[in-house]
Design a binder for this molecule. Structure first.
Ligand code: BGC
Length: 355
């Protein structure tokens, strides 16, 4: 009896994450292997993404081949090729550079192995079957809207001084984040209510290769010493994510003494959440990697069973070869007022991790 209840509970749990039936479906997955290719261990989020994916795929009964590519494109290409050669039935890839995976995708296509683009779109190849991500444009609009509201741009006299730091030009997401934010803020730049003192407003000028904290920091140091050393007030710095925000925060700590500016971010990394608690970063955008992993595991199950794959966007993500059917998860605004509920109560972090 107890056994029956336990197996019923397990089946319900599997159903909710996989939409597969009990018993038969679970055993039919025996020997099914899923490759998961992550870009780097250097940034906190990819470690979490990889760990969540591995845990959920294993719980669903799959073998998992999880690899990190040290932010090196050639390493990622070889790792994906090895996954395919070693018999992976599906590969899930968070690309280092969206346009540089051609050889690996050629092989996936030749061997009929479906490819799921994870978080970052893979560009210019028709072997990409599905894409799962967060609504990247919305991440940018949440950041831009926050600055607009905090500075009360529709009512305050201004003008306010602002700078921009965007992400990696090789990452298709980076443009979506930047455009989302710019679409909110541009009218105020054009009307003169926002003044970009450095004059750097184009994506190419403000981009940060590899999303590097150090690169972001040195650019911010240059801007601060060139344009703000005379006491010019800096009101806001739009940063597309937490690793680049951290670079700006480091630069400000050593090079700026005026009123502290509003700084945006994304990911709710531990160090940046601490910075929110300490008033060094105003907000972040929480993208619960558990949600994304569950969605991708669900996709993998549906692909392998030949079921209809759940998507909610079939228009936005044109990779140059096709419009990739996508599932967009919801990003959530986070700041010092709601981080406890979002991050601690939900079990994402423990209170100790944020001390
Ligand atoms: C992700 C962000 C992340 C950035 C740097 C982007 O593709 O969507 O969440 O901050 O890469 O790793």
């Amino acid at each position: 009896m107890k056994k029956k209840i336990l197996s019923a509970v397990l089946c319900v749990a599997m159903l909710s994450s996989l939409l597969v039936g009990c018993g038969g479906a679970a055993s039919s997955k025996g020997g099914t292997k899923v490759g998961v290719s992550m870009p780097t261990k250097d940034l906190q989020r990819w470690n979490q993404d990889g760990a969540n994916m591995e845990k959920e795929l294993k719980a669903a009964g799959y073998e998992v081949d999880l690899q990190y590519a040290s932010n090196d494109v050639q390493t990622q290409v070889s790792q994906v090729q090895n996954m395919i050669n070693s018999g992976c039935n599906v590969v899930v890839i968070a690309a280092i550079e969206g346009s540089s995976l051609g050889e690996a995708l050629d092989m996936a296509k030749a061997k009929g192995v479906p490819v799921v683009a994870y978080d970052r779109l893979i560009m210019n190849h028709d072997a990409v079957s599905y894409y799962a991500t967060f609504d990247n444009y919305k991440v940018g609009t949440v950041q831009g809207t926050y600055i607009k509201e905090q500075l009360d741009l529709d009512n305050a006299a201004g003008p306010f001084n602002i700078e921009f730091t965007a992400g990696d030009p090789g990452d298709n997401n980076a443009g979506f984040f930047f455009n989302g934010a710019m679409d909110v803020l541009k009218p105020y730049i054009e009307s003169g209510k926002l003044n970009v003192v450095s004059g750097q407003t184009k994506f190419e000028e403000v981009a940060t290769p590899a999303w590097s904290t150090e690169t972001s920091q040195s650019r911010a140091e240059n801007i601060l010493s060139s344009y703000y050393a005379d006491g010019t007030q800096l009101d806001a710095w739009l940063c597309s994510n937490d690793s680049t925000a951290m670079g700006v925060e480091n630069a400000l700590a050593a090079n700026y003494t005026g009123n502290y500016p509003i700084i945006t971010g994304q990911d709710c990394d531990i160090e940046n959440t601490k910075a929110m608690i300490n008033g060094k970063q105003a907000m972040s955008v929480f993208k619960d990697t558990r949600t994304l992993a569950s969605q991708v595991v669900k996709m993998v199950g549906q692909i392998l069973k030949g079921e209809t794959v759940e998507v909610n966007d079939t228009k936005t993500y044109d990779n140059g070869a096709l419009v990739v059917p996508s599932y967009l998860c919801e990003p959530v605004f986070a700041d010092v007022n709601n981080y406890k509920e979002l991050l601690i109560d939900s079990g994402y972090y423990t209170e100790d991790q944020l001390k």
